[in-house]
Design a protein around this ligand. Sequence first.
Ligand code: ATP
Ligand code: MG
Length: 273
Amino acid sequence: MNENALVSEISPQSNIQQQKGSIDIKDLSVVFESKDTRNVALQTTNLRVNPGEFVCILGPSGCGKSTLLNVMAGFLDATSGEALLDGKVINEPGPERSMVFQHHSLLPWKTVGGNIEMGPRLTGDLEAQQTVTYFLDMVGLSEYRNHYPDQLSGGMQQRVGIARALATYPRVLLMDEPFGALDYQTRLVMQENLLNLWGEFKSTVVFITHDVDEAIFLSDRILVMSAAPGRIIKDIKNPLGRPRDQFVSSDPIFIDLKRECLELIRTQSMSKP
Ligand SMILES: Nc1ncnc2c1ncn2[C@@H]1O[C@H](COP(=O)(O)OP(=O)(O)OP(=O)(O)O)[C@@H](O)[C@H]1O
Ligand SMILES: [Mg+2]
């Protein structure tokens, strides 16, 4: 399996640099209620993600990370408060926001190219075929255009998922543990790939992970959430410069930040809801 970082030699299209959205979360809470249960998935939360920022969210299982991301994506309604994209209330999914999930959600009956092409076609991209060519090249999978998802490795499937997510030129890329199911080596390469792609796009990214090293390696800012019912307990600016490679993990700044995050998470993991 060739998982090398593969960033296109092709110049980015002229509109790419404009794809930066802001997200504002204002007094947002989400409660799931059924006939006899009431589950506070997310306590009142306030947050701003600036255009072009790469924000990682860390927190214990079940604390509401995916819930928060799903509201940003427009898949889920807030119980109170609101989420805004570039100042406009989010109440449905839209092509200006793309989501990448932990497990690829590629359609098995469509080829790699067919999967990536769907978004551009829906958004009226008259050059959908060229867009597919461009993004396939960018994730290093040009020769797999006519393959089906189950003919690819897990890492390759995730790369197709990322190409598909980018192919609508989203202003915000939402990623819910996108590398969580990958083996360690592949994950490291995928992280570097993503940073290379982001270096080219600079679109806004909100990235959920359980992996503290991953959060530090990727982010401009780390949000640490409490145990369920979740809220943001710490908003940490990542002082590490860019570009980064995996050897940054031996930098004392990295180690200090890791210690801070791990201590916060340990405290939360031990606290009773
Ligand atoms: N559709 C739903 N209906 C009812 N409860 C839900 C629903 N989705 C999530 N929840 C509940 O909301 C809480 C937060 O779930 P969420 O999936 O956001 O957690 P998470 O932080 O993403 O966890 P993990 O790290 O395990 O992915 C959990 O208690 C979960 O059971
Ligand atoms: Mg989740």
